[in-house]
Design a protein around this ligand. Structure first.
Ligand SMILES: Nc1nc2c(ncn2[C@@H]2O[C@H](COP(=O)(O)OP(=O)(O)O)[C@@H](O)[C@H]2O)c(=O)[nH]1
Ligand SMILES: [Mg+2]
Ligand SMILES: [Zn+2]
Length: 372
């Protein structure tokens, strides 16, 4: 039953996987149990349950009934699966349990399609470096880049995906060993200015995967079975952080061999247990590197808060927009636009508005094509 499972990890405990954080379990049919998706590859899923790992595939009837991408499991999902493997040596996944959160990106390509990246993450950690943080603070130029080209790395994109998906965003400034304290403070100041109203809602952690500073605080985010998803551009040290916290080379760290991923023959586990019995899990998946948030419904069960990620990331603009003449004001060309007026009076930073407009354009690109 455990055939094909990467051997490098001890089995995580059920408490680490966070089962106890869920409100109530489903009524299980005989011969079934609940497991969590640790990695997804080509329609097969590595499932962990605190005792070991098995490979599962979606039950044929469930697959036939699936209508949208949201009906398929993704990393971090809780699923019901058969105990016994079938003829193809895989267990059958018979249902996907309701999600408490969902990180979802707009898949690349001309048509707007949702791509599920991670489910049931409590926290989305947006990892950057002092260098990338100050780049991000300086890189604003109105309309300089085509939507989707190279600007999916902006911190506001990740915050929006977190807020709208029901995960708590945290910013992690990694590689602090590369700068002085003064440089780090300047980085954080610039970041806070950039984030405007959102700065108050997003804690900033400093870490070094090299010398270990800040790792306790980062690891503590995954206490008591919590799940922390790591997002951020390639090279900022996400996998290095996970490896430090997991205590071994669980994720491949750059530099890779010239042929890239070819060096690793197994698909790496993307849900990684950390911190022992009182710990939780980290999610490190390529899908979170470059992310345009999905603007549509995420299919989450009735959420306590209205999950408008853009309005939460840009609370200052959302508040001003209440005073625009038109309820659907785009804050670009309309008369009596309170947002443009606030930029002109200096109340709102011009970069804040240009970033907002780029994000909205990015999220909407392709939507017109996909509408029938
Ligand atoms: N100086 C320094 N280098 C780091 C740190 N974390 C990661 N690195 C290096 O940065 C490179 C990219 O790290 P990796 O974990 O693969 O980044 P990822 O693409 O975000 O997963 C590697 O060469 C790491 O050794 C850190 O805290 N300080
Ligand atoms: Mg990595
Ligand atoms: Zn307006």
């Amino acid at each position: 039953m455990t055939e094909g499972v990467p051997p490098e990890l001890p089995p995580s405990s059920a408490a680490q996987l966070g089962w106890q954080r869920r409100a109530a379990g489903p009524q299980l049919p005989p011969g079934h149990r609940v497991s969590r998706v640790a990695v997804e590859h080509r329609g097969a899923y590595e499932l962990v349950d605190g005792t070991g790992a098995v490979i599962g595939a979606l039950d044929a009837a469930v697959r036939r009934a699936a209508r949208t991408p949201f009906d398929y499991p993704t990393v971090g999902d809780w699923v019901v699966r058969t105990l016994e493997a079938r003829h193809d040596r895989r267990v059958a996944i018979t249902s996907v349990l309701d999600r408490s959160s969902l990180l979802c990106r707009r898949a690349a390509g001309p048509h707007a399609r949702p791509q599920l990246v991670a489910a049931n993450a409590d926290v989305l950690a947006v990892v950057m470096t002092p260098a990338s943080a100050s780049d991000a603070a300086l890189a604003d130029t109105v309309g300089s880049a085509a939507p989707g080209v190279g600007i999916g790395h902006r911190v506001e994109w990740y915050l929006t995906a977190a807020f709208s998906g029901g995960a708590r965003p945290v910013i992690v400034v990694n590689k602090i060993d590369t700068v002085s304290n003064a440089e780090y403070e300047a980085t954080v100041d610039a970041l806070r200015r950039r984030l405007g109203s959102a700065a108050a809602e997003v804690p900033i952690l400093a870490t070094s995967a090299l010398d270990g500073r800040g790792l306790d605080s980062l690891g503590a985010l995954a206490g008591d079975g919590a799940t922390v998803a790591l997002s951020g551009p390639s090279g900022v040290g996400k996998s290095s952080l996970v490896n430090r916290l997991a205590g071994g080379e669980v994720m491949p760290v750059a530099p890779l061999s010239p042929d890239g991923r070819g060096r690793h023959t197994t698909v790496r586990r993307q849900l990684v247990p950390v911190g022992g019995p009182d710990g939780g899990t980290f999610v490190d998946t390529p899908g979170l590197q470059d992310l345009i948030p999905w603007s549509g419904d995420l299919g989450l069960p009735a959420a306590p808060a209205v999950l408008d990620g853009v309005a939460q990331t840009f609370g200052d603009i959302a508040a001003l927009a209440q005073h625009c003449r038109f309820a659907d004001c785009s804050h670009t060309v309309e008369p009596d636009c309170a947002v443009i007026a606030a930029v002109q009076s200096g109340e709102l930073a011009a970069e804040r508005l240009s970033t907002y407009l780029e994000l909205v354009a990015d999220m909407e690109a392709g939507n017109a094509l996909s509408d029938p």
